[in-house]
Design a protein around this ligand. Structure first.
Ligand SMILES: Nc1nc2c(c(=O)[nH]1)N[C@H]1C(S)=C(S)[C@@H](COP(=O)(O)OP(=O)(O)OC[C@H]3O[C@@H](n4cnc5c(=O)[nH]c(N)nc54)[C@H](O)[C@@H]3O)O[C@H]1N2
Ligand SMILES: Nc1nc2c(c(=O)[nH]1)N[C@H]1C(S)=C(S)[C@@H](COP(=O)(O)OP(=O)(O)OC[C@H]3O[C@@H](n4cnc5c(=O)[nH]c(N)nc54)[C@H](O)[C@@H]3O)O[C@H]1N2
Ligand code: SF4
Ligand SMILES: [Mo]
Length: 735
């Protein structure tokens, strides 16, 4: 008799409730959980891959040790002994900074990694901490830190109550929402229009979200800071500025006015490509709609002026009285308050407290930008990286010029990966420590519920008993913490032992009980309460949190934090350059793209998800294609300073002229991986051509979008028939 198990899907930020029918150890079906109050039955096609992941014969179930080019299974004891000994030796010989860590995106979807994993990393006390943050939301966190006083105080669009949503550089219909946990975002967007509201999308591509919106405006990649400055310019020029309820708590209105004066829509139009009338219209609509919000996502972050752009979107919401207001950009009241939790785990927010050794890129939140990783491995001298720990990350495919990181890896004295796949990154490790599958562990979305559009809580117990020889991520982290504990740090070592006794459930229970709903007199929230509510609980709509939650020293909102001023000359220089340039010169810039059935680099081993026509295609405007004699289906070479890749082309006017788009996370043709499905549909890695030298030098965030490339035809569709999918060019890499 099949039984039904309820849990949250952990594959993206939407946290959809799934109902999984199981018969013994077999998953019979995965459906949306209609009784989940947040996702109301919605799931996307990726949810079924939870079962594929679990049963995937390629998924590693034992620690692996590499000897030369061959791998053998090892016991946990042997693997931990080796890792502990090698890392201790390296630290002894070269110091703490010789050990680097890269943490990837799935860490944010994993209770054990968010608690024990974080604690472990901080005990290493190395300056060489890296993560996907610096190719993602870093500029958002920086804006939150600078303006509101805590890097975790990122705002969330109150999508269920807004009547006007300006979306910049986000494609929630495909990504299912980011820094906006909102299952079934499509229905939520539809509801905006159904209640008479308006959605405007600003994006270099007419995306799936743009197709659903009232209006779409093309923008030249990397120019959002200029566009938003013009919106702010118009708001002041037409005296529409309004700080609303937060006026007595906000500094810098005059500074912002002064700063925006020189960015009239006429000045910025030649750079952004957005007509002045469009700018004025959007500015007026945003300022005069009571419940309205500007929402910027990864497109405004991973670009040359990501720091400025993300800050200006926050400032725009603030000067239109949409910060911390219903229907605007709000802060959440999560059941697990991540602010105290982060402090407990040793995460200290901050910016620029130190700089990377080789290029001087700024630290953020205790981490250095991943764009600096390769050179920090390569460049000899004090502080050079000698050992690398990767955890839930695949920087070879995901980081800018991942190919250079890959070339640097063999020079490491030691590398260990905490990962369930032998993939493009982990194949360079000496040891792989594979954690349990998502269905074998308990789950609570500590991070994602803190950025959800409603306050919700849901606990998922494990569905399957883990195998006898399986370890959870948190157990792996704890074991490493024990073996690498710094001698003489008695308190830390005792804390490690105590944590180990507790496990993530107890930490979660404590956090729930001490959180805002755990201290209530009636119906106080606890782990036991959540265990009795398998579909999750709804804790209500978002509520105003300011000024109480401010973390700035003087407890005031800073509209114009000092740090940003210094970066304006760089923006002005680019503005002048773009105004002077002819935009008919045939130059091309490259941006990214996501697909509903894909998830960064690691879900291409599910046959269900990768079936169908190839997705790793270059989108190109008909005019640009015509000028190069390229037709749909032809194979082209994309070249940049980093290297060259070959991919098939799709011609469409959904992409702006002068811009081409290729998704990331492909390139599974590297030798020596164990990804039997993915390597049959390899595609090529866009991060072989993105550039580690192309960064937002102010924030340190990687500029994955807006990379200058050339595109030339290498084979016509006919010639290419039978050649299969895109491939990595055999040409020697350039660096
Ligand atoms: N060009 C370009 N590059 C990009 C982006 C882009 O838009 N364009 N997007 C960037 C963004 S936003 C991000 S977040 C990064 C993502 O890049 P990364 O953070 O490096 O993550 P993934 O590529 O998804 O790789 C995840 C790895 O974690 C492993 N894994 C999965 N689940 C678990 C688990 O529970 N435990 C452990 N230990 N391992 C697990 C997988 O096997 C895989 O090896 O890519 C970035 N790179
Ligand atoms: N299906 C699926 N879902 C995912 C992921 C996935 O890989 N697949 N990844 C997850 C992760 S790690 C993240 S961080 C989120 C990201 O979530 P989103 O930010 O919604 O992701 P994207 O679809 O990359 O949307 C970015 C948009 O920015 C546009 N863009 C590029 N350059 C610029 C620019 O200079 N200015 C402006 N205004 N727009 C620009 C792109 O055309 C694209 O439409 O998605 C998550 N969800
Ligand atoms: S939208 Fe995200 S959370 Fe929901 S089912 Fe799809 S992958 Fe899972
Ligand atoms: Mo991301």
């Amino acid at each position: 008799m099949p039984t039904t198990h309820y849990r949250s899907c952990t594959l993206c930020e939407a946290t959809c409730g799934v109902a999984i029918d199981v018969d013994g150890d077999q998953v019979v079906s995965i459906r949306g959980d209609e009784h989940d109050p947040f996702s109301r039955g919605y799931i996307c096609p990726k949810a079924t891959a939870l079962a594929d992941l679990h049963t995937d014969p390629d998924r590693l179930r034992h620690p692996m040790i590499r000897e030369g080019t061959t791998w053998r299974e090892a016991s946990w004891d042997e693997a931990f002994d080796l890792v502990g000994r090698r890392l201790r030796d390296i630290r002894k010989a070269h110091g703490r900074d010789a050990i680097a860590v890269y943490q990837g995106n799935p860490s944010a979807h994993n209770l054990g990694l968010l608690t024990f994993g974080q604690a472990f990393l901080r005990t290493l006390r190395t300056k060489n901490l890296y993560s996907a943050t610096s190719v993602d939301q870093l500029p958002h966190m920086l804006a939150a830190l600078q303006m509101l006083g805590d890097q975790l105080l990122m705002t969330v669009p109150d999508i269920d109550r807004t009547d006007y949503m300006l979306i910049l550089g986000g494609n929630p219909l495909v990504s299912n929402g980011s820094i906006m946990t909102a299952p079934d975002v499509k229905s939520r967007l539809k509801a905006i229009r159904a209640r008479g509201g308006t959605i405007v999308v600003v994006d270099p591509r007419r995306t799936e979200t743009a197709e659903q919106a009232d209006r779409h405006v093309f923008i030249r990649p990397g120019t959002d800071a200029l566009f938003v400055l013009s919106l702010i310019h118009v708001i002041f020029a037409e005296q529409l500025e309004n700080l609303g309820r937060l006026r007595p708590h906000t500094d810098g209105l005059d500074d912002l006015r002064a700063l925006a004066t020189s960015y009239s829509p006429e000045i910025t139009a030649p750079a952004t490509g957005i007509a002045p009338d469009d700018v004025r219209r959007i500015a007026r609509e945003l300022a005069t709609t009571k419940r309205a919000v500007a929402y910027g996502r990864i497109g405004i972050c991973v670009q040359e002026f990501g720091g400025l752009a993300a800050w200006l979107v926050y400032a725009l919401n603030a000067v239109t009285a949409h910060l911390d207001e219903e229907g605007g950009a709000m802060l959440t009241s999560p059941a697990v308050d991540i602010l105290p939790l982060a402090k407990l785990l040793g995460v200290r927010g901050g910016f620029g407290r130190w700089r990377s050794r080789v290029r001087g890129l700024p630290e953020f939140g205790g981490e250095l930008p991943v764009s600096a990783l390769a050179e920090e491995i390569e460049a000899p001298g004090d502080g050079q990286i000698r050992a690398l720990i990767t955890s839930a990350g695949n920087p070879v495919l995901s980081a800018p010029n991942g190919a250079r990181i890959e070339r640097a890896m063999p020079s490491l004295d030691f590398m260990v990966s905490i990962d369930m796949y032998l993939n493009e990154t982990t194949r360079h490790a000496h040891v792989i420590l594979p954690p349990t599958s998502p269905l074998e562990r308990s789950h609570y979305d500590v991070a994602l519920f803190a950025y959800a559009v409603r306050n919700v809580a849901k606990y998922s117990p494990p569905l399957f008993e883990r195998g006898p020889d399986q370890r959870h991520d948190w157990e792996i982290a704890l074991e490493l913490m024990t073996r690498l504990g710094l001698p003489g740090r008695l308190f830390q070592n005792l804390a490690t032992a105590a944590l180990g006794k507790l496990g993530p459930e107890a930490v979660l229970d404590l956090a729930l009980r001490t959180g805002p709903y755990g201290r209530r007199k009636r119906g106080a929230l606890s782990l036991a309460k959540l265990r009795n509510a398998p579909h999750g609980v709804d804790l209500g709509p978002l509520e105003p949190r300011l000024p109480a939650r401010l973390g700035t020293p003087d407890r005031r909102i800073k509209l114009v934090p000092d740090a940003y001023r210094a970066d304006l000359p760089r923006l002005n220089a680019r503005l002048e350059q773009l105004r002077a340039a002819s935009h008919d010169d045939g130059a091309l810039v490259l941006i990214g793209r996501r697909h509903l059935r894909s998830n960064n680099s690691w879900m291409h081993n599910s046959a269900r998800l990768v079936k169908g026509k190839p997705r790793c295609t270059l989108l190109m405007h008909p005019h640009d294609a015509g000028a190069r004699g390229v037709a749909t289906g032809d194979t082209v070479a994309i070249r940049s300073r980093s290297g060259e890749i070959h991919v098939p082309v799709e011609i469409s006017d959904e992409i702006m002229r002068g811009v081409v788009s290729l998704p990331h996370g492909w390139g599974h043709d590297r030798e020596g991986t164990r990804l039997s499905v993915a390597s049959a549909v390899p595609g090529a890695s866009v991060n072989d051509v993105t550039e580690e030298t192309f960064v937002d030098s102010f924030s340190g965030n990687g500029a994955l979008n807006g990379v200058s490339v050339t595109v030339t035809r290498v084979a016509s569709r006919a010639q290419d028939a039978g050649a299969g999918h895109a491939a990595r060019a055999a040409s020697s890499p350039v660096s």
